[in-house]
Structure formats: C-alpha cells, structure tokens
Write a protein that binds this ligand. Structure first.
Ligand SMILES: *[C@@H]1O[C@H](CO)[C@@H](O)[C@H](O)[C@H]1NC(C)=O
Ligand SMILES: *[C@@H]1O[C@H](CO)[C@@H](O)[C@H](O)[C@H]1NC(C)=O
Length: 115
C-alpha cells in the first residue's frame, strides 16, 4: 500500500514539474555546411537545466533517425558523438569526417530538470 502511494505522488510531482517548466531551446548554427572530410559540431542550449537530450537526424527523404539519448558525459555512434553538460545547459553533436551522405537536418529535444 505504501509503495502505491509513493508512485502516485511521484507521478503527480512530475506532472506539476512539467507544467511549471517554461523552457527555451536554441540550436546553433541553424544551417551548417558540411565539408567532406571535415569535423563539424552543433550545439543545443536551453534556458533551464537539462535532465537529458535526444538528438535526431532527419534525412532529405523525411525519414527520422534517432541518434542519441544522453543524460551525462559522452556517447558515440560511428562518426557521431554527443556530449551533454546538464549544469551548463548545453549539448554538442559532433560529426567527424563528414561524408556527402550526412546531409540532413539534425535536431535536439530536451528534457527539463525539475527546478
Ligand atoms: C576530426 O576529429 C578527429 C577526432 O576527434 C581527429 O582525429 C581528426 O584529426 C579531426 N579531423 C579534422 C579534419 O580536423
Ligand atoms: C544559448 O547560448 C547563447 C550564447 O551563450 C545565449 O545567448 C542564449 O541566450 C542561450 N539560449 C537559451 C535558450 O538559453
């Protein structure tokens, strides 16, 4: 019985927290020209502390590819690497050794940390 109450309260708290958070997310640069063989990076920063960040890639055909969910440190996937600093409110996506096939829209979604 105690556990049930605990879960219920936790859910309620998360909901309240979601409503209270008004967050702005900024991604830069907006447009990045990839040069073959070069390294590039994108940054997402937010106005409130982050709990985690997701990075997606959308190909010219419209297909959406999930790349990373990152809550701390560094994650790597092939030539892509994501880092996050939840305290400093930013995440970087690095594209190493760019290939013509990397042309896509990259974007981030941010999970806010409760204040
Ligand atoms: C890209 O980054 C990798 C590892 O971070 C490095 O070894 C390589 O020299 C860099 N390439 C260029 C063109 O800067
Ligand atoms: C993102 O960082 C830039 C440069 O530090 C800052 O000017 C901007 O206000 C930040 N954006 C958000 C949404 O916090």
């Amino acid at each position: 019985m105690k556990t049930q109450v605990g879960v219920l309260m936790a859910l309620l708290w998360i909901q309240i927290c979601w409503i209270r958070v008004e967050m702005q997310v900024e991604q830069s640069p907006r447009v990045l020209i990839l040069q073959e063989g070069r390294n590039s990076s994108l940054t997402c920063n937010t106005s409130v502390a982050m709990a985690g960040v997701q990075w997606f890639q959308q190909n010219p055909g419209g297909r959406l590819i999930f790349l990373f969910y990152i809550a701390s440190g560094v994650e790597q996937k092939g030539r892509l690497e994501a880092t996050v600093s939840t305290k400093e409110r930013y995440s970087h996506l690095y594209i190493r050794d760019s290939q013509p096939g990397d042309s896509a829209t990259f974007f981030c979604t941010v999970e806010a940390q409760c204040p």
